[in-house]
Every structure is written in structure tokens, then in C-alpha cells.
Design a protein around this ligand. Structure first.
Ligand SMILES: Cc1ncc(COP(=O)(O)O)c(C=O)c1O
Length: 389
């Protein structure tokens, strides 16, 4: 056995992040996975090509025919993701919405019913409000913190329960083991979007989810320079996702897959720092007279703090917090405009702290902490409070 075939499955998370899925390129021995910018792959004979097509149709790993279907750079990322999510298989897509739509479409047909939590990312909400119902799929939105609501919403044709583990934007934490039990008792697939936490903080498959999806654009990529989507779970489910992903054309570019692959190696380090910064900032904001309340799963004041302590890993509570200032829209704008370090921007999970003030969410300021020195962030937010007065 080659030293590069080492099995990392029993090793630590950080080792898996650095080592899994990668080794020297079989042709050149390049130690870092090359960016395979090719749409197609050349074969020697018609017979060999025919055999490859047959094997490719069964999703055999490390077999390349056309890059909409498989690409070696993307495959390396898939293998790394499998290791980090504790999944049998993983599929990488162009972005988070491609991951979510493929996960849902590969499990739902016209006449089926899906239950979704009431707090989700805007585009996910559009899927459940408009796009799925227009295709004959029934949807129910319920507050999933109350398990009874899920039980009551179940119908004979319910096939999927879908939610965001830590929800966008209100940071509600769902009881994954309890909801998985309900889903499985009714023969439903349980699909969890874990974008806001990342596998460094929690791994939904370990708590009973069947499929985990991510906007890999966020913590996986972590540098705000590529879009990426992730679906992971059992091989049988991923084969079905691949069938949809291939036919719908949801693939990531090899260059973006490579950016993600490079970034994943430092994800455990980044998320640890982001979690520490978030905890310090959450406590600081909570102590400020200008603040009405702070939502952060690491604070005892968070309604699901005890659940977070049970489900989360290594004392990390993630890098997402929401700050609700006293006053209204004007105060929120004055405060946000006066800050100098965090850009006002969509997205999250980057090494740069990002701030997302939103009137429509009740003047909530969502902060995604980066890896800056937290004292500089506190000084910046402190001077913004002075200017807000
Ligand atoms: C929770 C969540 N899921 C999915 C998405 C969509 O991801 P992408 O922008 O990569 O398509 C987002 C985007 O912000 C998100 O916040």
C-alpha cells in the first residue's frame, strides 16, 4: 500500500481537513490537487470508451468522461467533505441553492408533501412558497421548535422534513435527534441545512439527519471568493442526487472546487477563531446599554442554549450572532454606518467580519464574525455606539 493511501477515517477532524481526499497527482506527482480545467477526457479505443460510459452510469468513483458529471478536482473535494461530514458520499454543486434544490428534487415528486421550518434563507423560502407548489409538491411551513407542530403537519404523503439547523436569520436551533425520530417513524427523509454552523461546530448526520446540505460558499470556502454547494449522506441517496445534478447541470467549476478544496484545510482553525470572536462579541454586546438583546447560541440567554451545549462540538458555538439595538431603523442605520471594520454585505462565514443590517427582520443586525483581533472589533463597535448617540 502506498503511504498516500493512508486511511484517515479514525483520525481527528483537523487531520481529516488537511489530509483527506488528497495525495500526489497520479500522473505528475504534484502534491497539491491540480485544477483540471477540462470539459472532456480522451480515451484510446471505442471499446474502452463504451466500457467507461457503462461504469460511469453507475457513478463509479475516479472515472471521468465529461466534467458536467465528474471532474478530478471536484472529486478530491467530495472525498474531503465525506470525511468531515461523516458521510458515505458527498456531491459538490455550483452553490448552496443548487445543493438544496437537488437534495429536495431527488426526494420529492408531484403529489408529495414536504414540511419545512418557518425560518429559512430567502431563496429557500421561495422554493417552498412558489417553486415546489407550482410543480405539484405540497408544502407546509411550521415552527419546528415545537415538536407537536411537526406531528400535526404530517400527512400520509409527507416525504421530507427540511430545516436549517441554526436558522437564517433568527438563529433558532432545532432539536435534530428528536426531529429525526419523528421523520423516520413516518418514513420521511430528514434534510438539514447546516450552513450557519459548519461541520466544525455540529454534524447533522451524527444526530440522525439523512442528508446534510450547505452553502459551501460560507464556512467551507471561508474567503468570500467562490460559490460552492454541498450535499452529503448515504451513497444510495447521493447516487440519486447525482442523477439530478448531472441532468439539471448543477456542477461547480473546477477552479471554484479547487478554491474550496484549498480553504477546507484551514476550516477548523478559522471556525475556532470565529467562534471565540463571536462569543466575546456576544457577551460584550449583551453588556451594552444601547442593546435590547443579543441572539447567540453560546449565551445562556439563548432559548436553546442547553441544546447547543449537547449538540455542538468542542465548546464552539459558531460565528453567527444577531444584535437587536434599542430604538428603531434610524439607530440601526446610524450604528452600522459608523462602523469601519466590518463591511455591510450579504453572505457570512468569511475570515472578514460581515455585517447584515435588515429592516425587514425587525431592525436586526446579523454579524458573521471573522478572524480579526476581537479587541479591534470591540473598539470599532464601541466608537460606532458613540457616534450613534
Ligand atoms: C442558510 C443558507 N442556505 C443556503 C444559502 C444559499 O447558498 P448560495 O448563496 O451558496 O447559493 C444561503 C445563502 O446565504 C444560506 O444562508
Amino acid at each position: 500500500m502506498s503511504r498516500y493511501d493512508t486511511d484517515y477515517s479514525q483520525m481527528g477532524f483537523a487531520t481529516k481537513a488537511v489530509k483527506s481526499g488528497e495525495g500526489p497527482d497520479p500522473v505528475t506527482r504534484a502534491l497539491n490537487t491540480p485544477i483540471y480545467e477540462t470539459s472532456t477526457y480522451g480515451y484510446e479505443t471505442a471499446e474502452q470508451y463504451d466500457e467507461m460510459l457503462e461504469r460511469g452510469a453507475a457513478w463509479e468513483p475516479d472515472l471521468y468522461i465529461y466534467s458536467r458529471t465528474t471532474n478530478p478536482t471536484t472529486s478530491a473535494l467530495e472525498k474531503k467533505v465525506m470525511a468531515l461530514e461523516n458521510a458515505e458520499d458527498a456531491v459538490i454543486t455550483a452553490c448552496g441553492m443548487a445543493a438544496i434544490s437537488n437534495a429536495l428534487l431527488s426526494n420529492l415528486n408531484a403529489g408529495d408533501h414536504v414540511i419545512c421550518s418557518d425560518d429559512t434563507f430567502m431563496c429557500t423560502s421561495s422554493l417552498f412558497a412558489d417553486i415546489l407548489p407550482a410543480k405539484g409538491i405540497e408544502t407546509s411551513r411550521v415552527e419546528v421548535l415545537e415538536l407537536d407542530n411537526i406531528e400535526k403537519a404530517l400527512r400520509p404523503n409527507t416525504r421530507v422534513i427540511y430545516l436549517e439547523a441554526l436558522s437564517n436569520p433568527r438563529l433558532k436551533l432545532s432539536d435534530l435527534p428528536a426531529i429525526a425520530e419523528i421523520a423516520h417513524a413516518h418514513g420521511c427523509r430528514f434534510i438539514v441545512d447546516n450552513t450557519f454552523l459548519s461541520p466544525c461546530v455540529m454534524r447533522p448526520l451524527d444526530w440522525g439527519a439523512d442528508i446534510v446540505v450547505h452553502s459551501g460558499t460560507k464556512y467551507y470556502v471561508g474567503h468570500g471568493d467562490a460559490l460552492c454547494g454541498i450535499v452529503a449522506g448515504r451513497k444510495e441517496d447521493m447516487d440519486r442526487v447525482r442523477y439530478y445534478y448531472d441532468n439539471l447541470g448543477s456542477h461547480i467549476s473546477p477552479y471554484d472546487a479547487w478554491l474550496a478544496l484549498r480553504s477546507v484545510r484551514t476550516m477548523p482553525l478559522r471556525v475556532r477563531q470565529q467562534s471565540e470572536n463571536a462569543m466575546t462579541l456576544a457577551k460584550w454586546f449583551e453588556s451594552r446599554p444601547e442593546v435590547d438583546y443579543v441572539t447567540y447560541p453560546g449565551l445562556e440567554s439563548h432559548p436553546q442554549h442547553m441544546l447547543a451545549e449537547k449538540l455542538f462540538l468542542n465548546g464552539n458555538f459558531g460565528g453567527m450572532l444577531c444584535v437587536h439595538l434599542k430604538g428603531g431603523y434610524e439607530e440601526m442605520c446610524r450604528f452600522a454606518d459608523a462602523t469601519r471594520i466590518p463591511p455591510i454585505a450579504t453572505s457570512l462565514g468569511d475570515v472578514v467580519t460581515l455585517m447584515f443590517p435588515k429592516k425587514a427582520y425587525g431592525n436586526l443586525i446579523r454579524i458573521s464574525t471573522g478572524c480579526e483581533d476581537v479587541n479591534d472589533l470591540i473598539a470599532d463597535f464601541g466608537q460606532a455606539f458613540e457616534k450613534m448617540k
